[in-house]
Write a protein that binds this ligand. Structure first.
Ligand SMILES: Cc1cc2nc3c(=O)[nH]c(=O)nc-3n(C[C@H](O)[C@H](O)[C@H](O)COP(=O)(O)OP(=O)(O)OC[C@H]3O[C@@H](n4cnc5c(N)ncnc54)[C@H](O)[C@@H]3O)c2cc1C
Ligand SMILES: *[C@@H]1O[C@H](CO)[C@@H](O)[C@H](O)[C@H]1NC(C)=O
Ligand SMILES: *[C@@H]1O[C@H](CO)[C@@H](O)[C@H](O)[C@H]1NC(C)=O
Length: 614
């Protein structure tokens, strides 16, 4: 145990160094001469292939945004949209292969007269050569306007405004945004576009797009309209288009402004209730009914469930608490690297019990610090922790640091932790059966084998109400997230990967889970269209607003296209690019073969089986 104590001591020591400040995440678009590389915040896409673009613009006003779309329309360029930090995991923003058949129209510069300098600058910078027929629009510099209308309880913000800035402005005016993600490092347009959520079955529920009551959208237009126009979608004038635009993955047009509804300011009171997981499959729904913002963290290896008893309290309740969620606190580079190296060692040694010891340590620590809740903004002393909604709902202190050896733990520049995150939204009525199945699997394989997941955050269980958004949840749903080790190369197996794959396939195939649009591995999106009863309405809205299909990506064409390309390359199942059907889809040379699931027998998973090795 000596080595373990050493690692634990080192971790404690390193994590107490996580003090003052960090550095900003790297920009997702980085250019070198003529070509730019586009990343997400983790610096790695599902297929590990880089994404390149030739043309990037950074509009600062709505009119510049409109001109950029007009220029692209006129020159038949595909358009993709990226936010300042790009926190989505799937490759939503990589341009589709240029359409080499289209011919470039002679530029008749009739709009130039009115468009002036910005148009001239677009013309100077953007290549319309074959092979670079796409334009990436970044909202990184379109982030200045936030207008709070206290009388009507609404706020309107530019697409690139960060969620934290929005919330701070709203709270300054004595108001609160009811629903949002737990992570604040997102832009207002990006976060609604992927259906992101917190947790609630009350009111309009946990999804942030449910608070949206208006969107300004820049869409292509005719030549006489100037090639692009801004349309205002509100519930009163076009419910259909608003339902399409709320969760639209950048496929309908460029969102310019988002209008959210607000409530009078309130506080929250949070207690983490640690208990046995014995009745979770029956309890989860009562928990959601009883606590407005309740969630559950389930640690299967520990037979433990942590119920977050989280309720609204009035503004005059004493308490100035904050939720400085531990997993998004500034993390030193050394910490991230130490964890990574340790995890790599335990993976290759197949050392399950050492993983459990690490998980124990990490869970104890999280419990001690109440996962980052702080009563007075500084320390955790006792439950309940009570604070303003704006300080309790969403977190991200790793984003604001200035010292150069701390950052968010996943920052790719550190060569630190790297993981997959699965996130499925399962019908609230079926979720109990999903838990029962996972428990059955745990009985068959032994709870220790879940330590690899508990080392991250176990199963995070949250609630979302049925939505009218076409790509939102069509019924009350339970979102379940879990994360696990991802190796440095695609073919390296993961310890217990068969268990994680079986749970993943249960979630998406057996229980029909809908994948979070901003997380997950490719297989989660197989057949996703069929899970959205209003998918055809989304397509109709797209045809109306974007008849030429300007807004599309490699990912959207693969995911929503007519013929689903089935990947069947060697090793494709190792990172979820396919579900295995032959051994070669796994990694036979490392002893991983394609086998049926243990509880969900229709699942096909890559399982370690040393005896079958030649
Ligand atoms: C630590 C962490 C915690 C997280 N926690 C949660 C959570 O609690 N709940 C949750 O649901 N999610 C969570 N997420 C996921 C997160 O919500 C998504 O990654 C988020 O949607 C990304 O927003 P973004 O601004 O980075 O957008 P991007 O990733 O840049 O873009 C997302 C999509 O929106 C489109 N888009 C962006 N801007 C526009 C625009 N102006 N017009 C049209 N389309 C646009 C893009 O084209 C793309 O398709 C978390 C992520 C991290 C890293
Ligand atoms: C064109 O490039 C110049 C020089 O890099 C830059 O200052 C300008 O903002 C760019 N224009 C557009 C529309 O991106
Ligand atoms: C609160 O935390 C700070 C550091 O964040 C520490 O210096 C201080 O001693 C703590 N106070 C108490 C009462 O624990």
């Amino acid at each position: 145990m000596g080595w373990l104590l050493y690692v634990v001591t080192l971790l404690v020591w390193v994590s107490t160094l996580q003090t003052i400040d960090a550095i900003l995440p790297q920009p997702p678009v980085r250019c070198d001469g003529t070509v730019c590389i586009v990343d997400n915040a983790y610096g790695i896409w599902g297929d590990r292939k880089d994404c390149y673009v030739n043309n990037v613009v950074y509009p600062t006003t709505e009119e510049e945004l409109r001109l950029a779309v007009a220029y692209a329309n006129k020159n038949k360029l595909k358009v993709n949209i990226v936010s300042k930090f790009s926190h989505s995991v799937p490759k939503l923003i990589c341009p589709s292969t240029p359409n080499h058949d289209s011919t470039i129209e002679d530029l008749i510069d009739d709009v130039e007269v009115t468009a002036g300098a910005y148009w001239a600058s677009l013309k100077a910078n953007i290549s319309t050569e074959l092979g670079s027929k796409s334009l990436l629009i970044s909202t990184a510099k379109y982030d200045s306007n936030i207008e709070v209308d206290s009388e009507n309880l609404v706020v309107t913000a530019d697409a690139g405004v960060s969620l934290r800035e929005l919330i701070d402005k709203v709270e300054e005016a004595g108001l609160s945004l009811v629903a949002s993600t737990y992570w604040e490092g997102v832009s207002v347009a990006g976060v609604i576009s992927t259906g992101a959520h917190g947790s609630s079955l009350w009111g309009k529920g946990g999804a942030i797009h449910e608070q949206v009551i208006g969107i300004s959208l820049v869409v292509p237009a005719t030549k006489s309209e100037g090639y692009a126009k801004v349309i205002q979608l509100g519930a009163e004038n076009d419910e259909h288009l608003l339902n399409a635009a709320k969760v639209s993955l950048g496929l309908l047009g460029v969102i310019s402004k988002v209008k959210f509804s607000l409530e009078r300011g309130f506080k929250r009171s949070i207690v983490h209730h640690y208990t046995s997981d014995a009745n979770m499959e029956d309890e989860y729904i009562n928990h959601a009914k009883e606590y407005e913002f309740g969630d559950i963290i389930w640690y299967p290896s520990k037979q433990t469930a942590v119920y977050r008893r989280d309720s609204r309290v009035s503004m005059d309740t004493p308490g100035d608490g904050i939720n400085d969620y531990v997993d998004v606190q500034p993390s030193s580079i050394l910490f991230s690297q130490t964890v990574r190296v340790r995890e790599q060692q335990l993976e290759s040694a197949r050392d399950v019990s050492a993983k459990c010891a690490l998980a124990d340590f990490s869970l104890d620590r999280k419990r001690q610090v109440a996962t980052g809740l702080k009563n007075n903004g500084q320390n955790f002393t006792e439950y309940p922790v009570i604070g303003r909604q704006g300080k309790m709902q969403t977190a991200g202190s790793c984003l604001y640091a200035t010292e150069d050896d701390v950052s968010c733990v996943w920052d790719p520049r550190n060569n630190g932790v790297l993981y997959f995150e699965t996130s499925a939204m399962i019908s609230a009525t079926k979720f109990g059966d999903f838990i029962r199945d996972v428990k059955k699997l745990r009985e068959v394989v032994n709870p220790e084998n879940f330590c690899g997941m508990d080392l991250y955050f176990g199963f995070l269980i949250r609630f979302i109400k049925a939505s009218t958004a076409y790509l939102g949840q069509s019924e009350d749903s339970v979102a379940v997230d879990f994360a696990y080790y991802r190796a440095d190369d695609a073919l390296t197996p993961r310890l217990n990967q068969d268990i994680m794959e079986e749970i993943e396939q249960m979630a998406f195939f057996k229980y029909g889970g809908r994948p979070h649009w901003a997380k997950n591995r490719d297989l989660a999106f197989f057949n996703v269209k069929s899970k959205y009863p209003n998918y055809e309405k989304f397509v109709a809205a797209k045809k109306q607003l974007d008849p030429q299909n300007m807004f599309s990506s490699e990912w959207s064409e693969k995911t929503f296209g007519e013929d689903e390309d089935v990947v069947s390359s060697d090793g494709c199942a190792m990172e979820g690019l396919c579900v295995c059907s032959e051994d070669r889809h796994c990694n036979p040379s490392k002893g991983y073969f394609c086998k049926p699931g243990r509880v969900y027998s229709e699942a096909k998973v890559c399982r370690f089986s040393p005896s079958s090795m030649e």
